[in-house]
Design a protein around this ligand. Structure first.
Ligand code: GRG
Length: 296
C-alpha cells in the first residue's frame, strides 16, 4: 500500500482483466493446430506488464481503459510472438519459457514461426478492426506506434544487433541500443498507445516518452541481473543464458551493484517525470517501482 494506493490489488485486477480479454481475443483460426499453438504461448501466463501499462496510461490520460483493452491484448500478442521467435533454434535456442516447454519444442519449428506470424498480424487486426468506440485517427496513430516498435526501428533492430553481439566485446552505447530497441520499444508503445487512445495532450505524451524510455532500459537491466541471480524455476525460463551465449550485459560491463544502482536511478527519473500528474499517475509510478523490485 503506497499513499492509499494498493498496488498488489491493482496488479491482480489488471491481470484478471487482461487474462479474460486474451482468452477471448483469438478468432476461429484454422487449422486447429495453429490456433492451439497460438493459444499455448499467449495463455501461458507471464506478468502481462505491457497490457497493464497500456491500460494505466489510458486511465492517466483520462480515458476509459475498456476502450484500450483490444490494444492491450495486441501488445501481449506482439510480445508473445517475439518470445516464440526469440526461443527458436536460429535465435536464442531455448527450451523453457513461462515455465513450459517453448512453442517449437511442442509444435515444431514451422508451426512456431507461423503461430508467431499469426499473433503479430492478429495484433494489428485487434487495433484496426476490433477496437469499437475509439476514433479512427487515434487507432491509426496506435498502428503507427506498434509498427515502429515491432519492426526494424524496434524489436527486430534490437534483436539483430543482439545476435550479432554474441561472443563480441560490446560497449555501453551498443548495449543500450540493444536494450532500448529489443525491450524498450514495445514498453514505450504500450505506454504511448494507452494515452493516444485517451486523446492525451502533447505535454503528457512527451512526459510518457521519457517515462517509458527510462523504465524500458531499467526493465532490461533488471532482466540481465535476474538472468545471473535467479533460478530457472523462479524465472520460468532458462537462467544463466547470457553467460552461456557469451552476451554482454549490464552486470558484465558495470558489475551487479552499479547495474542495480543504474536501474534504480532510471526508475526515479521515470517517476519524477510524472510527478506533475500526482494522484492520477499513481499506477504508473508504482509500475515503475515494480520493474526494479520484481523477482522474475
Ligand atoms: C518478427 C516482427 C518480428 C519481431 C521479432 C525475436 C525478436 C524479433 C525480438 C526478440 C525480442 C525479445 C525476446 C526481447 C526480450 C524482451 C524481454 C525482456 C522479455 C521478457 O519479458 P517479460 O519479463 O516476460 O515481461 P513475461 O513472460 O513476464 O511476459
Amino acid at each position: 500500500m503506497v499513499g492509499g494506493f494498493d498496488f498488489q490489488q491493482y496488479l491482480l485486477q489488471g491481470r484478471e482483466v487482461v487474462e479474460a480479454a486474451l482468452g477471448q481475443a483469438l478468432g476461429p483460426e484454422r487449422p486447429e493446430s495453429l490456433r492451439e499453438a497460438m493459444r499455448y504461448s499467449l495463455l501461458a501466463g507471464g506478468k502481462r506488464l505491457r497490457p497493464i501499462l497500456c491500460l494505466a496510461s489510458c486511465e492517466l490520460a483520462g480515458g476509459d481503459p475498456a476502450l484500450a483493452l483490444p490494444t492491450a491484448t495486441a501488445l501481449e500478442m506482439i510480445h508473445t510472438m517475439s518470445l516464440i521467435h526469440d526461443d527458436l533454434p536460429a535465435m536464442d535456442n531455448d527450451d523453457l519459457r513461462r515455465g513450459r516447454p517453448t512453442n517449437h519444442k511442442v509444435y515444431g519449428e514451422a508451426t512456431a514461426i507461423l503461430a508467431g506470424d499469426a499473433l503479430l498480424t492478429r495484433a494489428f487486426e485487434m487495433v484496426a478492426l476490433r477496437s469499437p468506440g475509439v476514433p479512427a485517427d487515434r487507432l491509426l496513430q496506435v498502428v503507427g506506434e506498434l509498427s515502429l516498435a515491432a519492426g526494424a526501428p524496434g524489436l527486430v533492430g534490437g534483436q539483430i544487433v543482439d545476435l550479432a553481439s554474441e561472443g563480441v566485446e560490446v560497449d555501453l552505447a551498443t548495449l543500450e541500443y540493444i536494450h532500448l530497441h529489443k525491450t524498450g520499444a514495445l514498453l514505450q508503445a504500450a505506454v504511448l498507445s494507452g494515452a493516444i487512445i485517451a486523446g492525451a495532450e502533447d505535454n503528457l505524451l512527451t512526459a510518457l516518452r521519457c517515462y517509458s524510455r527510462a523504465i524500458g532500459l531499467a526493465f532490461q537491466i533488471i532482466d540481465d541481473i535476474l538472468d545471473l541471480t535467479a533460478s530457472s524455476e523462479v524465472l520460468g525460463k532458462t537462467a544463466g543464458k547470457d553467460l552461456t551465449a557469451d552476451k554482454t550485459t549490464y552486470p558484465k560491463l558495470l558489475g551487479l551493484e552499479a547495474s542495480r544502482n543504474r536501474a534504480d536511478s532510471l526508475v526515479q527519473e521515470a517517476q519524477q517525470v510524472l510527478e506533475p500528474w500526482s494522484e492520477a499517475a499513481k499506477p504508473l509510478l508504482a509500475l515503475a517501482g515494480y520493474i526494479t523490485a520484481r523477482d522474475r
